[in-house]
Write a protein that binds this ligand. Structure first.
Ligand SMILES: *Cc1c(COP(=O)(O)O)cnc(C)c1O
Length: 440
């Protein structure tokens, strides 16, 4: 657990005004004149400090954080080791461009990625600035290494907002509508979604073999648990079966561990739960302890196939971001946060499943470790209910609990608490959520 520092915000929920308060509303009005609507916000409270389990806003309100900046501050917001590492590195040098003159921090982050990602084969990594950029690059490497054009992505998948990654993303609104034309040679397959009874592996494979042809597929890009898609946990064995099919056909399996990585699901990476060893792994979010950084990790022979200068970038693996990353990884290790994610899951899941049994609007509670989704449905038990989801969200926010929504149908509440959150705040947040669900 993160130790207390003088800067640390008191770990108690506190409501001094309505949510959002007057100062946040003032800033929101300025924001509307300065920033386009396209950049949207889940909860317009303007933050002044945060960590480990609390966000404090400009009105002095203290909200319980069940979002971790979308699973980016697994190690805690402004985690003490991360802050210290950033200060130290920023005072030494802030940038050289690794492609001009290198530095050790970049190498060390890559060494850590090579060690921590699934599989004990020889690996290589390089660093970029975001999850989308990591996915862009795994696709470049996969096409280069295989000499094939096709990329397979899934329904309910989310991979980013650049041209290629929004093409790979499954959901049209808000990610794709009006932003075409899209990248070519991207094929979509059904993701295993047990609650909705879709995405049988045998059907997916038949579809890919007949309508695409295995020999023209470079890579299958898959989230081990679909985060934005609604914390959809595929049927046991689905991912392993997919990996086996890829192996049999010389197709590279790419795990998008951007959201699921770094302890979130109770393993370092979510693939481990299924015993799956991907050929390439994309990381970002909690890799940086809050600073922007992404990683591309893969089999040495695949990664080494690309000619010098074929990948890289000006800011990729920025020295301050690398220092933050090493400190965030160390915080996860020394704090036992991978284990802690399991404990958090064991605290959340049974409680919410009990709630599901009592409230008909809760269709399913699912997740792994500290990554949990609650899917809301109408009386028929299956039709997505966005309205009730919105009411639960609003009630939680008004009570000082930050939660997120997700889901292709916008009917899932998503919980991603920081792994350093105290038992007390976790308990209090769950009580607020239970009340909101019951009342909605
Ligand atoms: C957030 C996310 C991305 C995109 O990452 P950015 O850093 O926002 O570009 C890609 N894949 C998954 C699974 C994500 O959750």
């Amino acid at each position: 657990m993160a130790k207390d520092t003088p800067d640390q915000v008191p770990q108690q929920r506190r409501l001094l005004t309505e949510i959002p308060g007057p100062r946040s509303r003032e800033l929101e009005a300025r924001r509307e004149r300065a920033i386009p609507k396209g950049v949207s916000t889940t909860l317009p409270v303007f933050v002044v400090r945060a960590g480990p389990g609390i966000l404090e806003d400009v009105d002095g309100n203290r909200l319980i954080d069940f979002g971790s900046g979308i699973s980016t501050t697994n190690a805690g917001n402004s985690a003490p080791l991360v802050v210290e590492a950033i200060r130290e590195q920023a005072a030494l040098f802030t940038h050289t461009c690794f492609m001009v003159t290198p530095y050790a921090g970049y190498v060390e982050v890559c060494e850590r990625l090579n060690q921590l990602t699934p599989g004990d084969h020889e690996k290589r990594s390089f660093l970029v600035n975001s999850g989308a950029e990591a996915i862009e690059n795994v696709v470049k490497v996969a096409r280069y290494a295989t000499g094939r054009p096709g990329i397979v992505a899934f329904d309910h998948g989310f991979h980013g907002r650049t041209l290629l990654t929004m093409t790979l993303t499954g959901k049209a609104m808000p990610y794709k509508r009006g932003f075409g034309p899209f990248a070519t040679e991207v094929y979509r397959a059904a993701y295993s979604y047990p609650f909705r009874g879709t995405g049988r592996l045998a059907d997916t494979i038949t579809m890919l073999e007949t309508s695409v042809g295995a020999e023209s597929i470079a890579a299958v890009v898959v989230e081990p648990i679909a985060g934005e898609g609604g914390v959809v946990v595929p049927e046991p064995g689905w991912l392993a079966g997919l990996a086996g099919w890829c192996r049999d056909h010389g197709i590279l399996l790419v795990a998008d561990e951007v959201q699921t990585g770094f302890g979130r699901t109770g393993d370092w990476f979510a693939c481990e739960h299924e015993g799956v060893v991907p050929d390439l792994v994309a990381t970002a979010k909690s890799l940086g302890g809050g600073l922007p950084i992404g990683g591309v990790t893969g089999r040495a022979e695949v990664m080494d196939s690309v000619h010098p200068g074929g990948v890289g970038g000006t800011f990729g693996g920025n020295p301050v971001a690398c220092a933050a990353s090493l400190a965030a990884i160390r915080t996860i290790e020394t704090g036992g946060l991978v284990e802690r994610a399991r404990v958090i899951g064991e605290a959340i899941l049974p409680r919410l499943r009990k709630l599901a049994a009592a409230v008909p609007a809760v269709g399913e509670v699912r997740g792994r470790g500290a990554m949990v989704g609650i899917e809301f449905v109408r009386d028929d038990g299956i039709t997505p209910d966005r309205e009730v989801t919105g009411r639960v969200l609003r009630r939680c926010h008004e009570a000082g609990l930050l939660i997120l929504t997700a889901g292709t149908y916008g009917n899932v509440i998503r919980l991603l608490p920081p792994l350093v959150i105290s038992d007390e705040l976790l308990e209090e947040g769950l009580a607020i959520l239970e009340e909101a669900v019951t009342a909605s």
